[in-house]
Design a protein around this ligand. Structure first.
Ligand SMILES: CC(C)(COP(=O)(O)OP(=O)(O)OC[C@H]1O[C@@H](n2cnc3c(N)ncnc32)[C@H](O)[C@@H]1OP(=O)(O)O)[C@@H](O)C(=O)NCCC(=O)NCCS
Length: 182
């Protein structure tokens, strides 16, 4: 099932804010770049540690939109007042792992802990179910307590760890693997 670019899937209110969950569109490039660069700046516990130029972000988004059209990816964004404040992406694996999707999520600092992350991820998981995904996989930095809390509350279970996989603030950290059967 492939959704149109910019299609709104749900809308809800939190802390007086109207939040929309929708598919990404080409014009999101500026907001997505700002979001990722702000995350890099705050040294958020994500893999990326270098800022993106507008050209790089446009290439990433073009590639993502093309992968969505081929049915190889699911991505949804959260929007507040017409600006993207969060995104969640699921990459569908290939061959003998076609039933597996790797998921990643980030919310802009100002909009965290008001429930956007959980709703956004739930929406992506619902879409994944409809496309035949049976197992969702993720990796998270061992000290990312907030993300681990969110994942556990959505039914993800710890499936192991890769010791010392992530260099964060001059220390090697374990990468925790988590999975959810859907
Ligand atoms: C992880 C992230 C996506 C969660 O999104 P969010 O919108 O803040 O999540 P929600 O508001 O839906 O839920 C947050 C939950 O974590 C809890 N929480 C917040 N800070 C916490 C902490 N330090 N330790 C444990 N739990 C914490 C909140 O109380 C809330 O739990 P509850 O719903 O049971 O009360 C967001 O914090 C983020 O983008 N972080 C930076 C990027 C990142 O770490 N991405 C994940 C990489 S694997």
């Amino acid at each position: 099932m492939i959704l149109k670019s910019g299609e709104v899937l749900s809308a809800f209110e939190r802390n007086g804010l109207s939040i929309g969950i929708r598919t990404p569109k080409k014009s999101d490039v500026f907001d997505l770049r700002k979001m990722i660069n702000d995350l890099v700046e705050e040294q958020a516990m994500i893999l990326k540690n270098n800022k993106a130029t507008i050209k790089e972000e446009a290439k990433f988004l073009r590639n993502t939109l093309a992968e969505i059209m081929k049915g190889n990816r699911i991505m949804l964004v959260a929007e507040v007042n017409g600006r993207v404040v969060g995104n969640c992406e699921l990459k569908i694996h290939s061959m003998r792992e076609r039933h597996v999707g790797s998921i990643g999520i980030a919310i802009s600092k100002k909009y965290r802990s008001i429930g956007i992350g959980k709703v956004l991820m739930k929406n992506v998981i619902e879409l994944a179910k409809k496309t035949g995904i049976k197992l969702i996989y993720l990796e998270v930095l061992d000290i990312n307590d907030c993300a681990i809390h969110v994942y556990k509350s959505l039914g993800f279970k710890r499936a192991g760890k890769i010791p010392g996989k992530i260099l964060y603030k001059n220390r090697y950290h374990d990468s925790i693997m988590m999975v959810k059967k859907i």
